[in-house]
Design a protein around this ligand. Sequence first.
Ligand code: SF4
Ligand code: SF3
Length: 533
Amino acid sequence: MSNEMFCFQCEQTALCGGCTGKAGVCGKKEDTARLQDKLTGALIGLARATEGNEDVIAESTDRIVLEGLFTTVTNVNFNNETIQALIERVGEEKRRLIPSCYECAASCGKNNDYDMNHLWQADEDIRSLKSLILFGIRGMAAYAYHAQVLGYRDEAVQKFFYKALFAIGMDDWGMEELLPIVMEVGEVNLKCMALLDQANTETYGHPVPTEVPLTVEKGPFIVITGHDLYDLKQLLEQTKGKGINIYTHGEMLPAHAYPELKQYPHLKGNYGTAWQNQQKEFANLPAPILFTTNCLMPPKPSYADRVFTTEVVSFPGIAHIGEEKDFTPVINKALELGGFKEDTVFTGINGGQTVVTGFARNAVLAAADQVIDAVKSGALRHIFLVGGCDGARAGRNYFTEFVKQTPADSIVLTLACGKYRFHDLQLGTIGGLPRLMDMGQCNDAYSAIQVAVALADAFGCGVNDLPLSLVLSWYEQKAVCILLTLLHLGIRNIRLGPTLPAFLSANVLQFLVETYGIAPITTPEEDLKAILG
Ligand code: SF4
Ligand code: SF3
């Protein structure tokens, strides 16, 4: 197996329990997968070099750790050249940290890069625990990266990346050493999501509920996708007064709710649905598409010349916007393509022509008294959090059906790109509040946690005693760190789908089931019946 690719980090992994052979289901080729392993092994080497030697860690070291981990998240980077360059940068950074080690004639090997085959070939429980750590910190690195772009940093979060990477490289560590680190990923990720929440709200204001059209107006436009609000802000500034409209896509949708971003009149609406539909939705689009993060699918020749990437996103042959953030090539492409000749009406997958976003913690907690009164009077029977990633598997229709079948005396909170399955449904209102409230991106799970904690405080009970159920869909590694955060908070009985992660060994799964009551989704009918009793 040592020369073959092996990857099982996402939900769409090949059915035998891992992508092997020439390419993964996501389109990642075997040489790219091997380079990503090499990059991870180099980051472990870097963490080894800082062990007991923390004073040598510089800003550049921290930055490269975030970049290196974020690069290996699913659907972020398919480009061998940029991954190879990153591996070299990690090597240079390590050489800077421990120059004497490079001059040593009788190297002890203690700072060597790690061979990831040791992990993939380890005992399945160890492999499972280390995978939870690795995939968790990959997701967390994406959030820390976005916060860093806005100038926010948390020392405890940053330090933990080294500890976790070091642990992954310890071949003789067992359950006893690894399990506490798995749980610590959840704890530290809570801090990391709080940091990003602080960065976003202090920079762009607290989101306010905002109706977002799905119609694309005539004339030149740019579609921007991914999670990075800073990129959107730069793009809005650079397109000001140029007669170019901006449309969000995928996880960029919640940007419409931030006061600092919604003030731009040319931020017009949202185009398309979740990431897995991009090859169809971008095929005939008369506009460029800018990817700021995942989820990038291999662009089809029909639209590849209209795709631009930035930050750690990269694909061979696709134009990349560098750190200077000069979006001129994207702007020129928009002007060249010209957009639609007439206003063009698009709908969500359920036929809705607008959607509403912006129910982050501030907006929901402003209505906390209403919610509390409604629960006390019995008018509000249950709150569901139906959120997480979307994906291509057919079983994901469960989430649409589940939301459709929630009773009229319940509220559905949602977040992340999984909401595209149902966010255009008209579910009506309850006690003056919409029954369906979009809290934002996946990292806005922090808002959901704040709301749950505030409600538990108001009722003088624990979160598990609230009339609240979590029904989560997962796809990539950000979902892994969020799940670990929910477990760290002691939240029980989470329903997870569409399938359980292939990297959970039977014993690790049994531990999660026994300790936290995690359960796979079944059918909407059965799960609703079980939840509502
Ligand atoms: Fe397979 Fe997912 Fe890995 Fe891609 S990221 S190779 S689909 S497991
Ligand atoms: Fe979606 Fe890729 Fe995860 Fe941020 S954009 S939730 S899948």
